[in-house]
Design a protein around this ligand. Structure first.
Ligand SMILES: Nc1ncnc2c1ncn2[C@@H]1O[C@H](COP(=O)(O)OP(=O)(O)OP(=O)(O)O)[C@@H](O)[C@H]1O
Length: 273
């Protein structure tokens, strides 16, 4: 593709993905209050549901991406409609409107852990980091027990509301037996790190949780030395936590089941009292 073709493609995408402005009424029911996100596959709006008079979150599939990834909407909604857990937003509605695909979910008012760490500079010590991870294993246990892998556990996808953590964004989630051959082939060409995160295997979520834990631990890290070192060298953490991390990150024998990870977290937390 030459430069002109590339630019035209971007312009075309920009035009067809233009978000709905504030106050737009969608499907005679949802009034757009503001756009709160624009991911690679979806545009996310905070809306007022005029039927229930509650705030809600509406996700619109980016029209430009529908052909590339026709399964995304189907996967995300079919997974979300099966979920009932206090730490996961409920799916409220799925519909088509003027040729666009939408779904609506419960609004979790709060801030993401990404905002907490990178904008509000919250610092998590070792114990708080482990406690946060442990709290997240609760919805994760529920997902894994239902044969679902989230595949995108990251700071922006965890929202803290009234002191409780919520797991959002099921755009990459898949059922354990849901990997198509095309997806498997596509993964072959990605770097190792992406493969470890995206394989349809419970280990992918543990790997992501390992990175999550590292981000939290680094929030309170004060470098003494300018020399860059590995996390094992520079983080001042206990051996138990190191061992947990090594297994989550698949440096040592990987965790294969969430119950074992939870048990190890419980033991490490009990010992660190
Ligand atoms: N249920 C919700 N309650 C509150 N905020 C939400 C909710 N769902 C999504 N958001 C907000 O919208 C943002 C984008 O949502 P989401 O991550 O689901 O979209 P996405 O298209 O998959 O984005 P990305 O490609 O960046 O992952 C989130 O980071 C969060 O701030």
């Amino acid at each position: 593709m030459n430069k002109l073709q590339y630019r035209l493609r971007r312009l075309r995408r920009w035009v067809i993905d233009r978000p709905f402005p504030r106050k737009t009424l969608i499907a005679d029911r949802y009034e757009v209050k503001e756009r709160i996100g624009a991911g690679s596959y979806g545009l996310i709006y905070l809306c007022r549901d005029l039927k229930t008079n509650n705030d809600c979150v509406m996700k619109q599939m980016r029209p430009s991406r529908r052909k590339e990834n026709p399964r995304n909407y189907e996967c995300e909604t079919s997974i979300m409609e099966q979920l009932t857990h206090p730490a996961i937003p409920k799916l409220l509605n799925c519909f088509q409107y003027k040729g666009h695909l939408f779904f609506v979910m419960e609004y979790i008012s709060g801030e993401s852990l990404e905002t907490a760490v990178f904008e509000n500079f919250e610092k998590y010590n070792e114990r708080q980091s482990l406690q946060t991870i442990y709290e997240l294993t609760d919805p994760l246990l529920y997902l894994h027990d239902n044969g679902i892998i989230h595949r995108d556990i990251r700071l922006p996808n965890v929202i803290r509301s009234d002191g409780k953590l919520f797991l959002i964004d099921f755009g990459l989630a898949r059922f354990i037996d849901g990997q198509t051959n095309a997806e498997l082939d596509a993964l072959e060409h990605y770097p190792e790190e992406i493969k470890l995160r995206r394989q349809i295997n419970f280990r992918s979520d543990f790997y992501a949780m390992g990175h999550f834990l590292l981000y939290l631990l680094y929030s309170s890290f004060e470098p003494e030395d300018k020399k860059e070192q590995t996390w094992q060298e520079e983080l001042d953490i206990g051996d138990e936590t190191k061992q947990l991390l090594k297994r989550m990150l698949q440096i040592d024998k990987p965790y294969v089941n969430i119950r074992k990870l939870r048990a190890d977290l419980e033991r490490t937390l009990a010992e660190s009292k």
